[in-house]
Write a protein that binds this ligand. Sequence first.
Ligand code: NOJ
Length: 736
Amino acid sequence: MIDTKNETISEKVTLLLSKMTIEEKVGQMNQYNGFWDVTGPTPQNGNAKKKYEHLRKGWVGSMLNVRGTENVREVQRIAVEESRLGIPLIIGFDVIHGYKTLSPIPIAESASWDLKAIENSARVAATEASAAGINWTFAPMVDISRDPRWGRVMEGGGEDPFLGSKIAQARVKGFQGDDLSKPNTIAACAKHFAAYGFSEAGKEYNSVDIGTSTLYNVVLPPFKAAVDSNVKTLMNSFNELNGVPVTGSSFLQREILKGKWNFNGFVVSDWASMRELIEWGHAKDKKEAAKIAATAGSDMDMEGYVYIEELAKLVKDGTIKESILDDAVRRILTVKYELGLFDNPFLYCDETNEKEQIGNEAHHEAVLDVAKKSIVLLKNENNLLPLKKSGQKIALIGPLANDKNSPLGSWRLASDDNTAVSVYEGLSKYKENTLSFEKGIDLIEGNTSFTQPLKVNNTINTSEINKALQIAKNADVVVMVLGEHGFQSGEARSRTEIDLPGRQQELLEKVYEVNKNIVLVLNNGRPLAIEWADKNIPAIVEAWQLGTQTGNAVAEVLYGDYNPSGKLPMTFPRNLGQVPIYYNHKSTGRPNPENNVFWSHYIDSENSPLYPFGYGLSYTTFKYSDFKVHNKKASINEDIKISVKVSNTGNYDGKEVVQLYIRDLFGSITRPVKELKGFELIELKKGESKVIDFTLTKNELGFFNNQGEYIIEPGDFEVFVGGNSAENLKETFVLE
Ligand code: NOJ
C-alpha cells in the first residue's frame, strides 16, 4: 500500500489516481454482490470465481451483502493484499432499521416525530453494522410518497418534505456520527434519487411523470437536506422521470446534485439499474448503457456488469473522456479515505467488538424506546385505553398477535427470524390480568421470505374462529392484532387494495358481534383504509412493525406505562379511491361545497381523509390558546415570530407534537392549502402549560418556481397551529 500519511485526502487521492490504469479506475466504479444474500434479480453474469478473480485484479471497488467480520475480512484481505494497488473495498449493506437488533420500520419511527430518538436508532444500527464489518449503509430512504399502494412507503419518512427533510438529517447524523473515521460510524446513502416514491399507480419499478413544481418542492428537499448534512453517498433509482430513466439522468445527477448542490460524495446505481436502461428502451445495449450512466454522473455500478464490461473500452475508443472516470473514482476514493479504510482496511473487522456489540442489551433498550414513541393512538372512545392492570379478563385474538417474525418488518437480512417479542409475550408480563389467546385465522399460507412472494390465506377454519369467539365472549376487553405481515410491504410489495388482507375484516366483524369492547392493534407497513373499524371499534392503535421489542412496546402503551405520542407521517385514506390523498394538496378552482354538483369532490366519499397527516391522540388532552403572530407585517427578508400556549388539560402527563403550518394565499405558482413549517415535541405534566415559540425564516417562507429557483413572494399568509394538519386555529401575516 502507498504511504501517504501527511498529505490531505485530496492529495492522496490525486497521487493514487495517477498510478491507476483505466481498468483499475473502472474497478473502483464496480460493485459486486456477495455470495450469500441477494437483494435483487439473481445476477446473470457474475459467479463467485469471476468475482474473486476481479477482486485480485483490483477490478472491484465495493461489495454489498457481505457481512460478518470473517467474511468481510476475507474479501478485504484479497483486495488489499492481492491486488496491485491494494485499494480497500467499501462494504455496503441495507441497514434499513437496524442490523441484528431491529428498530421499528422507518415509517413507524417517523411517526415518533422525535428526531433525537430517530438519530439514536440510526446510531444503534451503525454500531451493530460496523461491528459486523459494514462501513456503508444504503439508508436513509428519503423518498416522499403519497401512495400507500407502493410497498416502499415503509422505508421512508412519509408524505411531507419538511418532516422528511428533518428525518433524513437525523438519520444521516445517526449513521455517520461526527467523525466518519471512527470504527463505529458508517457512510450513509440518501436514496433513491429521485422521485421513486411517485411510481405510477404505486406499482414498483414503474414510470414517474411529475411536474417541476412537485419535483422541486416535494421530491428534492429531503435529498438536499441530506446533502447539507454531509451525506457521503446517494443511490439513484429504478424509475424513469418524465421519460428519462434516472440512472441516466444528467439533469438530476450532474446539473442538480453535483452542480447546483455541489455534492462531493458519490452516486451508486441501484441494483442493475444501469443494465435496465436497456429494458427501459433508453440504451440499445450495455455499451450504450455504460456511456449514458457514466456521462450522467452515476459513479458506481451495483451488480449491473455494465461498467466492468464496457467502460474501459468506451474510454479507450474515445467515446467518453477519462476525466469522467477520474471524477467518479476521486469521489469513491475520498469516501474510503474518510472512512479510515486506507489507514486500516480491517478497521471494521474486530471480532471481539463484533461479539460485544451485536445484540447488546443497551441496543434493546434503545429500540424499545423508539418503538414506544412510534405508536400512534388513532381512536380511544370512552377511554377504553389504557387497560386496567388487574382483575381483567383479556382475550387476545388475531393472526399477528403471537407472531414473532412479522413484527421485525421487511429489510432485515442480518437479524434472526422469530426474534421479535410478540404482542402476546408483551402482554403476558402484566400478570394481574388473565390473558387468553386465539389466532382465529391465519394470515399467510406457508413460509414467508424476503425474496419470495407470499401467499395470503383466504380460507376460514370454523373451529379456529369459534375458539376465538369463545374467549372473546368471556372477556372484559378484546385485543385484536391485525394488519399486514412484515413482508407485505417493502420493495416489490405493491398492493392494489389497502384493506386488512385475507379474512381479517371478517374475523374482526365476527368478534365484534360477540364483544364490542375491542382494542384493535394494527401492524402494517403502509396506511390502511379501515373505515369500518374507525366507525365501529372503540379503540385503535397504530403499531406498525416495531422491530425486536414490538410486544413490550405495545404492552407498555396499552397499559399506560407509556402515554402514546406518535403522529401519522402519512395520511390514512377512507378508501383506496381517494389515493393519492395528502394534506398539502392544492386548493383547486372549486374547493367549496356548492348547492349543485359542480365542485371538486367525489359523489361516493367525503374529501377528508380518515386520519389526517400529523394526527395522533394521547391518553391526556391538550388545549392550544394565546396563538400570536408577533409581527403581522414584515418585509420578505424578515423572520416571523409566532407563539402559542399549549396546556395539558387531561389526566395524564403526556407528550404532544406541536405543529405549525402556513398557507401562502396567492402565488405565481399555486401554493398548497397547508404546508408544515415547524414542529416541536413537548412534554407536559398534567395541568402544566408551556408557551412554544416558532420562527419562520426565509427558508420556510418561500418555494421553488418551475425553473428550480427559490423565491419568496410578498403577500398574505395564513398560519395554523395544532396537534395535526386538520386543526384550524389560525392567524395571519403579510409579507411586504
Ligand atoms: C434494491 C433497492 O431498491 C435498494 O434500495 C437497495 O439498497 C438495493 N437493492 C441493494 O440491496
